[in-house]
Design a protein around this ligand. Structure first.
Ligand code: CTP
Length: 217
């Protein structure tokens, strides 16, 4: 089995020293790469900038990228031959329209940056998904969690979505733990307890493998 995983944040440059980014650490995506590799799967891990070392398991190939455009290019190259896609990255939705060649000086009291929308990596690849392929998305929400997650599941053609609520203490960015709810395209919902991200990764992998055998039966 071949698995494509996106992980971590993307950094969208403003000038040579500044960027727009987010607090994603990449821990959940890296834990998933390890958990899939433990089942014998070949993993292509496409990672935005993180402080984590590349996984050392021989079955995991890591590609480092900075921007959403670079992450898309690397993911698109691996997607056709992958059986499972896992979009764990926190992709910046917008990037500065123009990247300044030189460091921007603080000339005025205000500074306006014009942002343009980035490619939706999961959504764009979702349109090319073959029936035997299985796509897993993530949704980090603060309100109306289930409705937002179900909307994303449909819009991006996911087979399974991993929902994190920022209302749950210990879930989401910057924690070593996570509390997730899995929702599938058939409407089934499974709520898991708060646990270390490695254990959450095993729950997700077990669910994907079980669904995949049904999916392709
Ligand atoms: N995603 C992606 N490319 C993007 C944005 C999101 O691949 N440009 C993926 C994420 O990796 C995640 C899922 O889509 O698996 C949902 O991400 P999220 O940022 O919650 O979705 P958005 O469509 O950006 O919705 P929102 O309006 O809530 O930001």
């Amino acid at each position: 089995m071949r698995v494509l995983i996106t992980a971590g944040p993307t950094y969208e440059p403003i000038d040579p020293v500044r960027f727009i980014g987010n607090h994603s650490t990449g821990k959940m995506g890296y834990a998933l790469a390890e958990a899939f590799a433990e089942t014998g799967a070949q993993v292509v891990l496409i990672s935005g900038p993180t402080s984590l070392p590349n996984p050392t398991q021989a079955l995991i190939t890591t590609t480092r990228v900075q921007t959403a455009a670079e992450m898309y290019e690397a993911a698109a190259a691996a997607a056709t031959t992958a059986d499972v896609w896992v979009f764990a990255a926190a992709v910046a939705d917008y990037r500065p329209r123009d990247v300044a060649q030189n460091k921007i000086k603080k000339d005025g009291d205000t500074l306006t940056l014009e942002l343009v929308k980035n490619v939706d990596i999961a959504g764009t690849l979702g349109k090319t998904k073959r029936p035997e392929q299985f796509s897993v998305g993530f949704a980090l929400e603060t309100n109306d969690e289930e409705a937002h997650a179900r909307g994303k599941l449909q819009r991006k053609n996911f087979d399974l979505i991993v929902l994190n609520s920022l209302r749950d203490p210990g879930a989401g960015f910057r924690h070593d733990t996570n509390k997730v709810t899995l929702l599938d395209a058939a409407g089934q919902m499974t709520i898991f307890e708060l646990k270390p991200k490695a254990a959450v990764a095993h729950d997700i992998v077990r669910t994907v493998l079980a669904r995949l055998s049904l999916h392709n039966a």
